[in-house]
Ligand binder design. Sequence first.
Ligand SMILES: NC(=O)c1ccc[n+]([C@@H]2O[C@H](COP(=O)([O-])OP(=O)(O)OC[C@H]3O[C@@H](n4cnc5c(N)ncnc54)[C@H](OP(=O)(O)O)[C@@H]3O)[C@@H](O)[C@H]2O)c1
Length: 311
Amino acid sequence: MRILLTGSSGQVGHALDSTLRSLPGVEVIIPQRTQMDLSRLDLVRDTIRDIKPQLIINPAAYTAVDKAESEPGLAQTINGDAPGVMAEEAKKLGAALIHYSTDYVFDGSKRGSDGSLLAYTEQDATHPLNVYGSSKLAGEQAIAASSCAHLIFRTSWVYSGFGKNFLLTMLRLAKERDELKIVNDQWGAPTWAGWIAQATTDIVRQLQQASDTDAWWAAHRGIYNLTTQQYTSWQGFAQEIMQQAVGLKLLDKAPVVSGIPAAEYPTPATRPVNSTLSMQLLNEHFQIQPPLWSQALTDCLRGINTEQAAQ
Ligand SMILES: NC(=O)c1ccc[n+]([C@@H]2O[C@H](COP(=O)([O-])OP(=O)(O)OC[C@H]3O[C@@H](n4cnc5c(N)ncnc54)[C@H](OP(=O)(O)O)[C@@H]3O)[C@@H](O)[C@H]2O)c1
């Protein structure tokens, strides 16, 4: 299978670059940025026509959530229009597209009658609160409109031992400060990029093994939530990072992590209070059981440990 992979310098793309290569009979092609800058739709189109992939996997995105508020046009082109072009070209080639989206397509107001948080399903109405979320929703809609064979995985709170993310920021701040104040009234499932890559690769394996790929796509195409099990606040995530990092000897000591409301940490982009996503559909279609978010954190931190020990 000839796979065109974007965003290999990002968290999910970097992880996919290695997990996809573990599949037999897979050729992974990673175009240079100059060949496939997603802000240049003509380049995106030409490069797909040159490479003629059987599957496009697109974790590349404009992910600077706050900066997007002042660059809505660029965010729309990269997150909204480029995935649509990929889908159109995939359709023409008889290829398929795997794309990633976000919990930020929702406004986070979903609650039960008792006021408790309820996890969003794939069928819930979308209502983004910020430019980034609107641009990612536009990408989902453009892909669906193309009617190409596709899977869209909505994920949340992505981190890894690589790139720019909350985990690595916390590990750095832990070495610099004795106390951290972290938001305690937004809730979600921290999701290790390595797990997203593993689950995606498992699903590509299922596709490879399908005796009738048209029937497989007819049964499975669409949107799926793809995070980890259970949820926490940013403060809870930070506390768990500190505890595990000390246990794994990545840190000598942990700072005190106290909670603050998001209102005391104003950002240009408004973020949803409830980012929790149900994974029932993912499990029903692909028999995938996501790990607990805290277990996935351990798996990620063990990798960081090994990398550091090797240096
Ligand atoms: N990060 C999160 O917390 C989060 C949460 C929910 C959903 N998601 C979604 O999950 C997916 C993967 O996110 P991630 O965290 O892996 O992202 P990331 O680490 O920020 O990586 C983004 C990737 O996109 C590439 N990219 C950006 N602009 C580009 C352009 N104009 N042309 C070509 N490539 C471009 C980047 O390349 P450079 O390095 O060269 O800029 C990088 O490789 C995205 O669809 C994102 O929207 C992420």
